[in-house]
Design a protein around this ligand. Structure first.
Ligand SMILES: Nc1ncnc2c1ncn2[C@@H]1O[C@H](COP(=O)(O)OP(=O)(O)OP(=O)(O)O)[C@@H](O)[C@H]1O
Ligand SMILES: [Mg+2]
Length: 366
């Protein structure tokens, strides 16, 4: 035995992909290299048509790589035979936007089908089906039919079906697209928990910026090229500043910095709770005369900026923090930290760091 660590479940090297032939040829992916480790969650983002689904289907052995190397669970998929593709596919948990349940089967029978594909039968199978459905919160709905469940419940049944074989790789294409905000959040948190517990490698395509924080890493595609998150964020940030500029030119950079400072505190303990998000939204709404969608946008951007912080060199321009505004920021930082009931040590440290960096006065001396 060599002492080398085993290869990551997904390894892409210099992958390119072209649709069509002859005059209709169109290259969609350009030299993509990345890998996904056990227990790691990668979120794949990017505009519509940027190649996310194409890339995901290559990882899922649903489409053959033409150039470069795609290795999934130790198998090279470039020019792979059908049998190899099938074998790899069976070891992957797929979660799609539409749940793809069979309406004529109960939830438990739907999950059972996935299990039978892998030849698990009898008592062990029954137990596994029950456990996985309980795990996704459907323990009381085993014998219901899909049309007796809500959209979120159906999506969770789809997750149970994807996970019943305890796959080492889970690929999800817009799993929250048909869900309301809370069910969407629940679904990704569930995927996250399972990934952590079982050491599953997860790649999740989403347009939903509200769930980016579950990612260990964000892969941003534009026109088939991987773009750094920093580039994407700085573009988004200038879009945000333009938007703010329209509303209140003098406040633009103030608001942007304000939102970012709030995001830093919310992230201080590495977890942003719903309460913290609600508090941020409330504070930002009171601060500026913005529509809900604009407040959401600013929040998303500041969260992304926070996530990308490690990549960004130098800190944001600080502007417009005089007098009352200083105390307002300090109070707001504490409000975010307190939103979930208590101010943690990490949150307190982050607040003090911001106060020091921004040269703020904290007259309350907390
Ligand atoms: N079967 C196909 N034949 C030819 N072109 C295709 C095919 N499937 C996708 N494309 C093209 O490839 C590009 C990337 O498509 P893809 O579905 O990967 O994008 P996406 O990032 O998943 O977009 P969305 O966010 O809208 O789902 C698009 O320009 C699309 O029109
Ligand atoms: Mg797609």
């Amino acid at each position: 035995m060599s002492g080398e660590a085993p290869e990551a479940p997904i390894v892409l090297e210099d992958v390119s992909y072209t649709y069509g032939k002859g005059a209709l040829k169109k290259q969609i992916l350009f030299n993509i290299s990345t890998s996904v480790k056990p227990g790691e969650i990668i979120i794949l983002t990017g505009p519509s048509g940027s190649g996310k689904t194409t890339l995901l289907t290559m990882m899922g052995a649903l489409r053959s790589a033409q150039e470069g190397s795609v290795r999934v669970l130790g198998q090279e998929l470039k020019a792979a035979k059908r049998r190899t593709q099938m074998k790899v596919r069976r070891q992957i948990g797929f979660i799609f936007q539409s749940h793809n349940l069979l309406d004529s089967l109960t939830i438990s029978q739907n999950v059972k089908m996935a299990l039978q594909l892998n030849k698990v039968k009898g008592g062990e199978g029954k137990e596994r089906i029950k456990t996985v459905l309980e795990r996704v919160g459907l323990g009381d709905h085993l014998h219901k039919y899909p049309d007796q469940l809500s959209g979120g419940q159906k999506q969770r049944a789809g997750i149970a079906r994807a996970l019943v074989n305890r796959p080492r790789v889970v690929l999800a294409d817009e799993p929250t697209a048909s869900l309301d905000k809370q069910s969407g959040r629940d679904v990704v948190e569930l995927i996250q928990e399972l990934a952590r517990e079982e050491g599953t490698a997860v790649v999740l395509v989403t347009h939903d910026n509200r769930i980016l924080d579950v990612a260990d890493r964000i892969l941003h595609l534009e026109d088939g090229h991987v773009k750094s998150l920093t580039e994407a964020v700085s573009e988004g940030t200038s879009r945000m500043l333009n938007l703010l500029e329209k509303h209140d030119p003098s406040s633009a950079s103030y608001l942007a910095t304000f939102a970012f400072a709030l995001a830093r505190v919310a992230y201080a303990d590495n977890e942003v709770t719903q309460d913290e998000q609600d508090a941020m939204r409330r504070i930002l709404k009171e601060l500026a005369n913005l529509k809900d969608s604009e407040v959401d946008f600013i929040m998303e951007m500041s969260m992304m900026q926070k996530r990308a912080q490690a990549e960004i060199s130098g800190s944001a321009e600080i502007g417009g923090f005089e007098g009352e505004r200083q105390q307002l920021l300090v109070d707001s930082l504490y409000a975010i930290a307190e939103a979930d009931g208590r101010v943690s040590e990490e949150e307190k440290q982050e607040i003090h760091a911001i106060i020091a960096e921004f040269g703020l006065e904290d007259s309350s001396q907390r």
